[in-house]
Design a protein around this ligand. Structure first.
Ligand code: BES
Ligand code: ZN
Length: 886
């Protein structure tokens, strides 16, 4: 099935709006009845456009116009549209329909989480799920006030929840009960939500800066509720932070959060009723790693922050998705940075950007942060929209400064509260509040592709001047649309050969400073730095001030200086990463140990272990090599076994060179394994586990250490780190450890996900056989997205050696899996399909085999619109702006 293209230039304001919508549900597992009462009003300027309602898999039982039942010839249903051509001006439309939650495996609309007997009902509407619940106008720029009444059997569904404020509840005959909710703020349909079933609750409250007392409740199936306390604390911290940092207060009386194991996404920001994938909500030491804790903090905050960036100020259309997602990711990053470690969060975000967004941008699925067309909108919740979208907001915050950015955000909220807006509106608000013209920034949103930044320096000993030539360009593409130069903030500092920071004195710019942020808003620019005795070392893109590729990372000796002395923690890591990449290239072409950079950098790292004020998490990151995907992404041709072999040899050489320091550090941090969840302890554990990982690479004798680590672990971070060492090191004790782990955690779904992932990412050509066998494991389920992500997506995206094995069996297996999953949850199948997108970049044999599977899928009958869209774009040639040529 193929959906037609929706194009941004075809946008028209809605001809009909809904002022109010009243929904009455009679809920049950197999079937539920929905009565909807829509008060619709026509735009007088579009008097010729008839009323149309959206609906899919919603069985219409009755429809009334202004109280009168319509005969079957007074309306017509064509596909997913209901036409009411005769209606004009203003009307009340009432429908009665039936939906089937238990049959809804796609998890869009109303569906069942858990079994028929014990499970609960919940809804998911973003992006276009509301039309699976009732007939209505399902687009984000139609905002209505919602009144929702739920009725159900009290014993089977004791808890009844909907977004908005509670507005009464009571008993009905025959053991049934009801509850009503009113959302005072008009909202788009994608933010509607209901939940019904047997759920346990934990409660707290928060008094907002405006003085409103908000009741906070987290709901989960009873066995999980004890693990929700941490999330509740995160929620309170996020509410406080948004008040203090952005002056944003919550304005409903209640804020509910519900946990489910059955969710295609991470979490969803429905007004007053957030719904979370339990992997991003549950956290206790036995069931969550340190990273999990930080993800819970991040996702709880992210969904809460949407209350202002997304919900109260929403998107005019789905092209503007980055307006809520990119901005909210940025806010979440800032929150987590301030609550934990800024350097660590920045390193993590940049690693994700390089691995996921740069590769997306370099392949056939590339698209601008604001796409100009889509066939299936669900396929545009991408790294580009989220991560690059957040980077654009970060750059704007950099150039406007903290106060200027806050002024801009204040104006944005003031102007647009209760409205559905565009990226242009966002830029206008930020610009108007700062008397700046920000329209050149629109190009960041409309041009696909990763910009390349080049820096060429020249020192003149006579004049004591250093000239730096900055150039921006784009990777060459097939068609040459004229490119607009982007405004690129380049934060830089200068160092001497001993790692001392030099004052920056620029020609024509008064004052001397430590760091300069240069706005490169032209194709090229020349800067002169004065009063220098020697050529300085330039530390470029401090804090990663722009999401660009650096053309050449400079001399390795300079990188060693920066990786040893840079006081911007992020750029210190960036220099270390540059050295790793340099050594990796040396290893690909021969032997990295012979390269002069190797010895120099090992000496540098050895010293880093003794540095008292180096944050352990940063050191851990400096010891963690870029992954195979990121390393491959920067090569012209991706040869997975060659990349894996070179990276492994390099890792082994580094580990052997540092063996003494690694062991000493491991022993010295022994106490960290006992400590709690605070950032310092987390950083120490991270470093200790990085040391253990490297030691196991240096010599299999350390598997004994890993086994002890495994047995002694009192938190999941340590347990999993040890398990990964044993399994990926193919230690004799590996199977035993896997069995013990599975026995200990058999009832903890999110922990079993990790157990599947460790095995799915085993970097050997025969990982496939193991993955195939694991699909028959009792804990695996084809209809559960988390299980599919943990086993199959992890294999396809994070196990290059296994997936890309020579005979193509990995491809065939994943293609078969896509067909199977597509009949259940098309969104999940579509994500799995992206594993084939970069097929053109692999060596000929692999390329042909990937292509063959794409063709096979394309020829298969009855594939979903979701998968069809990914296939079509993967096989087409993309224009420069990401649009498809016919
Ligand atoms: N609004 C999204 C969730 C969503 C995405 C629902 C696509 C339906 C379709 C939510 O705010 C979100 O962005 N969730 C992320 C996690 C977040 C921390 C980046 C997710 O689900 O991955
Ligand atoms: Zn979001």
């Amino acid at each position: 099935m193929k959906k037609p293209l929706t194009c941004i230039e075809d946008y028209r304001p809605p001809a009909w709006r809904m002022q109010t919508i009243a929904l009455d549900f009679d809920l049950d597992v197999e079937q539920s009845w929905v009565s909807a009462r829509l008060h619709v009003i026509q735009d007088p300027a579009q008097a010729d456009v008839g009323l149309r309602l959206d609906g899919e898999n919603v069985e219409l039982l009755e429809i009334r116009l202004d109280g009168r039942v319509l005969a079957s010839d007074e309306y017509r249903i064509e596909g997913a549209l209901l036409f009411l051509d005769a209606v004009r001006g203003e009307a009340v439309i009432e429908t009665r329909s039936r939906i089937r939650p238990a049959d809804n495996k796609a998890m869009q609309g109303l569906y069942l989480s858990g079994g028929t007997e014990q499970g609960f009902l919940l809804s998911q509407c973003e992006a276009e799920g509301f039309r699976h619940i009732t007939w209505s106008i399902d687009r984000p720029d139609v905002l209505a006030r919602y009144t929702v009444t739920l009725r159900a059997d009290r014993a089977r569904f004791p808890v009844l929840l909907a977004g908005g404020n509670p507005d009464g509840a009571g008993e009905l005959a025959d053991g049934r009960h009801w509850a009503r909710f009113v959302d005072p703020q008009p909202k788009p349909s994608y933010l509607f939500a209901i939940v019904a079933g047997r759920l346990a609750v934990i409660e707290d409250r928060h008094c907002t800066a405006e003085g409103r007392l908000v009741s906070l409740k987290i709901w989960a199936p009873a066995p999980l509720i004890a693990r929700c306390r941490y999330a509740l604390d995160c929620l309170k911290a996020a509410m406080l932070w948004d008040e203090q940092r952005f002056g944003r207060n919550y304005r409903l009386d209640v804020f509910h959060v519900v946990a489910t194991d059955d969710f295609t996404m991470g979490a969803m920001e429905n007004t007053g009723l957030n719904i979370f994938n339990s992997k991003y909500l549950l956290a206790d030491p036995l069931h969550a790693t340190d990273d999990d804790y930080r993800h819970v903090l991040a996702v709880v905050a992210h969904e809460y922050f949407h209350n202002w960036t997304g919900n109260r100020v929403t998107c005019r259309d789905w092209f503007q998705l980055c307006l809520k997602e990119g901005l909210t990711v940025y806010r979440e990053q800032e929150f987590v940075s301030e609550q934990t470690s800024r350097t660590l969060r920045r390193i993590e975000d940049v690693r994700v950007l390089w691995r996921n967004q740069f590769s997306e941008d370099a392949g056939p699925l590339a698209h601008p942060v604001r796409p100009s067309q889509y066939s299936e909108i669900n396929n545009f919740y991408t790294a580009t929209v989220y991560e690059k979208g957040a980077e654009i907001v970060r750059m704007l915050a950099t150039v406007l400064g903290r106060d200027g950015f806050r002024r801009g955000m204040d104006l944005y909220f003031d102007r647009h509260d209760g409205a559905a807006v565009t990226v242009e509106d966002f830029l206008a608000a930020l610009g108007d509040a700062n008397q700046r013209e920000l329209s050149p920034w629109l190009a960041w949103y409309t041009q696909a592709g990763t910009p390349v930044l080049e820096a060429q320096g020249a020192f003149d000993a006579q004049t004591h001047c250093y000239t730096l030539e900055l150039t921006q360009s784009f990777a060459p593409v097939a068609t040459a649309l004229p490119r607009q130069a982007l405004p690129i903030p380049v934060a830089l500092a200068l160092f001497d050969a001993f790692g001392n920071r030099l004052k920056i004195e620029r020609n024509g710019v008064a004052g001397d400073i430590d760091e300069a942020v240069i706005l490169l808003d032209r194709p090229r620019m020349s800067l002169t730095f004065r009063h220098l005795d020697h050529a300085p070392i330039v530390s470029l893109l401090r804090g990663y001030s722009a999401p660009v590729r650096i053309a050449q990372r400079g001399d390795w000796a300079d990188l060693v200086v920066l990786a040893t002395h840079e006081d911007d923690g992020f750029n210190r890591w960036q220099a270390a990463d540059g050295l790793i990449r340099h050594l990796f290239m040396a290893e690909l072409q021969g032997d990295a140990r012979g390269a002069p950079a190797f010895g120099a950098w090992m000496t540098g790292l050895r010293r880093a272990f003794d540095e008292a004020d180096l944050d352990p998490a940063t050191l851990a990151e400096m010891l963690t090599l870029a992954d195979e995907i990121t390393l491959g992404e920067s090569l012209a041709e991706i040869d997975p076994p060659a990349i894996h072999a070179a990276r492994s040899r390099l890792e082994c050489s580094i580990a052997q060179a540092l063996q003494t320091e690694l062991l000493a550090c491991y022993e010295q941090l022994a106490a960290a394994s006992m400590a709690g969840a605070e950032p310092v302890a987390q950083g120490q554990r991270r470093l200790r586990n990085a040391c253990l990982g490297l030691l196991c690479r240096a010599d299999p004798q350390y598997h004994a250490l890993a086994l002890r680590h495994f047995d002694d672990a009192v938190c999941l971070s340590d347990k999993l780190a040890a398990l990964t060492c044993l399994v990926h090191g193919q230690a004799l004790a590996a199977q035993n450890a896997l069995d013990t782990f599975a026995a200990d955690y058999s009832t903890a779904a999110t922990v079993m996900d990790r157990w599947f992932s460790v095995q799915a990412t085993l970097p050997t050509a025969n990982a496939l056989e193991r993955v195939r066998a694991l699909t028959r494991h009792a804990a695996f389920r084809w209809d559960n997205p988390n299980k599919v992500y943990a086993l199959l997506l992890a294999f396809a995206l994070r196990n290059p050696v296994g997936f890309h094995r020579e005979d193509g069996a990995g491809y065939e297996f994943i293609a078969d899996s896509i067909r199977r999953i597509d009949r259940i949850t098309p969104q999940v199948a579509a994500r799995l399909t992206t594993a084939f997108a970069a097929w053109r970049r692999y060596p000929p044999t692999l390329r042909e085999r990937m292509h063959a599977q794409l063709m096979r899928l394309q020829e298969a009958a009855a594939m979903s619109a979701d998968v069809t869209d990914i296939l079509a774009r993967s096989l087409a040639h993309a224009d420069e702006d990401g649009s498809l040529r016919p």
